[in-house]
Design a protein around this ligand. Structure first.
Ligand code: SF4
Ligand code: SF4
Length: 309
């Protein structure tokens, strides 16, 4: 049995060159798979409606089927055989990877074990990747790294609790619900502490920022400067998309021209990602060339597949 804490048994390499999100060149060469094992979320963003995927990392309006860890392993194995250029396994919802920690952890353990037993030189090395709102990062950072995760995306929409209070409806931390500036302050504190911990542990941190006109748009350069100070690798400023049924359903979507302008301003401080494709929580393949048809076939072939969400 693979000892996950024995680093001799785990190849751990910071690899941006084979991660399609961390390198715009890699997007044309390497594929990724998102495994939708994380349905729950511990915060409530005003732009989210929980019966859809996390809009921080996924195209809204597309409901994912949730897999249990065994079914996720099976899906990974099928895709691994098909795609020699598969280089990333990510847990990106449909809720929050850390709010479903036991399932996320079990999935990564199963895949690590499988890679240890079966990988050959014909296949790219796999990078593990998580996306999270960051609430539980301070307490889970070491465990994340012990699972060989070297790429983490955190969504940070504000570093000012007053602005955060306009974006986050509530924050549920260890069973207690916090609202208003109290909730936002707690979330922001944990996000910044968690990011710092990850950077100190040599994880490449990408931060998504949802740009919401009239709420956090003019605050974004301040967020980016703080993230640079913490050692974040890149920021991905994303447009806000109104989701029907969410608190912000009647807000205007962000004008793409304003996003480009903001990326130029923030690019003076920190490198900017501009090729994000707002992927689904069950995306497979190269960015922008999702193997959706094949996913459907894969779903049918996975005997352990459970539709929990
Ligand atoms: Fe929705 Fe926000 Fe949770 Fe993502 S982090 S699932 S957007 S509430
Ligand atoms: Fe990469 Fe953006 Fe897709 Fe996430 S949503 S996998 S950051 S391209």
């Amino acid at each position: 049995m693979l000892n996950l804490h024995n680093t001799d048994q785990i190849k751990s390499k910071l690899n941006t060159t084979t991660h399609p999100c961390y390198s715009s060149k890699a997007q044309h060469k390497y594929a990724r798979i998102h495994l939708p094992v994380a349905p729950a979320c511990n915060i409530s963003c005003n732009y989210c409606r929980r019966d859809y995927d996390c809009v921080n990392e996924s195209r809204p309006g597309v409901t994912s089927k949730v897999l249990d860890p065994e079914a996720a392993l099976e899906r990974f194995q099928i895709v691994r055989k098909k795609l020699n250029n598969l280089s990333v396994v990510g847990i990106a919802g449909p809720g929050d990877a850390l709010a479903n920690w036991e399932k996320t952890k079990r999935t990564l353990e199963l895949i690590l074990q499988d890679e240890h037993e079966n990988n050959d030189d014909c296949h790219s090395e796999i990078n593990f990747c998580l996306s999270t709102n960051g609430l539980l990062l301070p307490e889970l950072a070491e465990q994340i790294v012990a699972l060989n995760v070297r790429h983490v995306t955190v969504t940070v929409n504000s570093i000012d609790p007053k602005i955060g209070a306009q974006i986050y409806n509530s924050v549920n931390y260890h069973g207690i619900t916090y609202t208003g500036t109290e909730g936002a302050e707690l979330l922001i504190r944990n996000q910044l502490e968690g990011i710092k911990k990850l950077v100190d542990l040599k994880v490449l941190v990408k931060v998504n920022i949802v740009m919401i006109d009239g709420t956090n748009d003019s605050h974004i350069p301040e967020i980016v400067k703080k993230l640079k100070e913490l050692g974040v690798f890149t920021t991905n400023i994303m447009g806000f998309i109104p989701v029907k049924g969410s608190v912000f359903e009647n807000r205007k979507p962000t004008d793409p021209k304003n996003i480009m302008k903001m990326r130029l301003i923030c690019g003076k401080h920190l490198q900017q990602m501009s090729h994000c494709k707002h992927c689904r929580a069950d995306a497979v393949g190269m960015l922008g060339k999702d193997c959706s048809g094949e996913i459907f076939e894969i779903r049918k072939k996975c005997k352990n597949h459970v539709e929990a969400g």
